[in-house]
Write a protein that binds this ligand. Structure first.
Ligand SMILES: [Zn+2]
Length: 248
């Protein structure tokens, strides 16, 4: 995990970051704003896009490396104004290597309803079985203390909604992050469909979650999703062939 070659090399991670950003933009999970970051293995630093670059056209050469004090230490150009979200999350969570901050409409909707809590509904939502907290600060997360407060709301969970603003989703890698982003949106849609039908949501029970996890193979599923989305991106032109992102 911590070698600086192969799958964890900076050029590879920069290419993955561009691919995942472009694919999430294509899906509407990222739009004109929102961003993802990836931890630089073995350093208190992360890679992120420049703040004003189009999410639909990112290229690895323009990715910047930022240390945990917010300084650009490789590349030039300004990182997103909300980079504190990624820095403080990775500082607080050594298990997290990839972070997504998105203004996903469905996620925001759940923060604007009285007495509505988002639950793990679908079988692929066990990732959020520990809970889906909502961070109360609706403002732009610009300062380190705001990032620390958001990381405290996230705590040991794998997602936090941000009141009237968006979400923070965390994973162990960029391929896992895109898989989780897809499943998180699917789950939000499923719960909204139940609520739109006028029914009371019936989330997965603890026993059902345990049953699903007994048979779950997360690395295999992440790999399957990665293969699907990278190939789809290659056909659509959102992923560049020279990034060489397919396994085997
Ligand atoms: Zn934001």
């Amino acid at each position: 995990m911590s070698t600086l070659t192969g799958l964890n090399s900076k050029p590879r991670l920069a290419a993955e970051l561009c691919a995942v950003t472009r694919m999430l933009e294509d899906m509407g999970i990222l739009q004109y704003s929102g961003h993802i970051a990836v931890r630089v293995p073995g350093q208190d630093a992360l890679m992120v896009q420049r703040r004003s670059d189009s999410r639909a056209e990112l290229v690895p050469e323009r990715i910047v490396t930022v240390d945990f004090d917010g300084n650009v230490i490789d590349g030039d150009g300004k990182p997103p104004s909300e980079t504190a979200i990624h820095i403080e999350t990775m500082r607080a969570r050594p298990d997290v290597h990839a972070t997504l901050h998105s203004h996903m409409e469905l996620a925001i909707a759940f923060t604007m309803m009285e007495d509505a809590q988002m639950y793990p509904m679908r079988a692929r939502a066990t990732r959020w079985a520990s809970g889906i907290p909502t961070h109360p600060d609706p403002s732009h997360i610009k300062y380190p203390q705001q990032g620390k407060d958001l990381a405290a709301t996230l705590a040991h969970h794998n997602v936090a909604l941000m009141r009237a603003h968006g979400l923070l989703l965390v994973a162990e890698s960029l391929p896992a992050l895109i898989s989780d982003a897809v499943h998180f949106e699917e789950n939000a849609k499923a719960q909204m469909q139940v609520m739109n039908a006028g029914a009371k949501p019936k989330p997965l029970t603890a026993a059902e979650i345990e049953q699903i996890l007994k048979l779950d193979d997360r690395p295999h599923h992440v790999s399957k999703m990665w293969n699907y989305y990278v190939r789809k991106g290659l056909v659509a032109g959102t992923v560049e062939k020279e990034w060489d992102l397919l396994e085997g």
